[in-house]
Design a protein around this ligand. Structure first.
Ligand code: IYR
Length: 229
């Protein structure tokens, strides 16, 4: 039997019980997971059907298992189902988007987006039963009021958001990574402290039925991977 715990530099380390998978099962399991994730699509049209708060809590708990720089977990997920607040977010997001689509985007960007059938109108912000806003915590305040920066904040919150999207898909729900820019209005509307910056906004719910998505193709393995054997 292994020791249940050891001490490294004065810190307690506990025995990790790794779930082992046999090599054959691993091939099958990894392929099955890929097949499921490959069915995920960004959805822009939602149904207003309710989603239990417990599901949203589980999804956020999953995201929050992500690794982070020095385990600082530099994220806060705000989950909004309040209709009035969703309305205010829509109004403010559309105002930024109008400016973006009309004045901030170049022709090339607009052309690249044509296939996505997206525009400055964001009704999903009110229709989807939940909006999750991921905030990154750039720094933390000590009890004495002094500040210290977190580490690898974008990487950490990006990882957590990837796991959030995976958890949403796993729950049988859909989402969209919406990036109204700038997102300062979210700090104001959600009354977040000044060490938090909005990172990504995700409506979560069921898709409208029927729903159509652009006929996009994913890059093949040899376009995205290089093996050195
Ligand atoms: N922020 C806008 C525009 C937008 C930009 C990209 I790059 C997209 O892939 C999709 C949309 C919006 O969220 O609509």
């Amino acid at each position: 039997m292994y020791q249940k715990e050891i001490n490294i530099h004065g810190f307690r380390h506990i025995l990790h019980e790794h779930e082992t998978v046999s090599p054959d099962h691993m091939i099958q399991k990894s392929d099955a997971f890929y097949q499921r994730l490959n069915k995920r699509r960004s959805i822009r049209e939602f149904n207003d059907k309710d989603v239990s708060k417990i599901v949203i809590e589980n999804i956020i708990k999953t995201a929050s298992t992500a690794p982070s720089g020095a385990h600082k977990q530099p994220w806060t997920f705000c989950a909004i189902s309040n209709k009035d607040l969703k309305h205010q977010i829509r109004i403010a997001a559309e105002a930024e988007e109008k400016e973006t689509y009309e004045n901030r985007m170049g022709e090339r960007w607009k052309n690249d987006l044509a296939a996505m059938a997206t525009d400055m109108h964001k009704p999903f912000l009110e229709i989807a039963p939940w909006i999750i806003v991921a905030f990154k915590r750039a720094f933390e305040y000590e009890e004495d009021g002094s500040k210290h920066n977190n580490y690898y904040v974008n990487e950490s919150v990006g990882l957590a958001c990837g796991m959030l999207i995976t958890a949403i898909h796993n729950a049988g729900l859909v989402t969209l990574t919406h990036t109204p820019s700038p997102m300062k209005f979210l700090t104001r509307l959600l009354k977040r402290p000044d060490n938090e910056r909005a990172f990504l906004l995700l409506p979560v719910g069921y898709p409208k039925e029927p729903v159509y998505v652009p006929d996009l193709k994913r890059k093949s393995l040899d376009q995205v991977a290089v093996f050195y054997e």
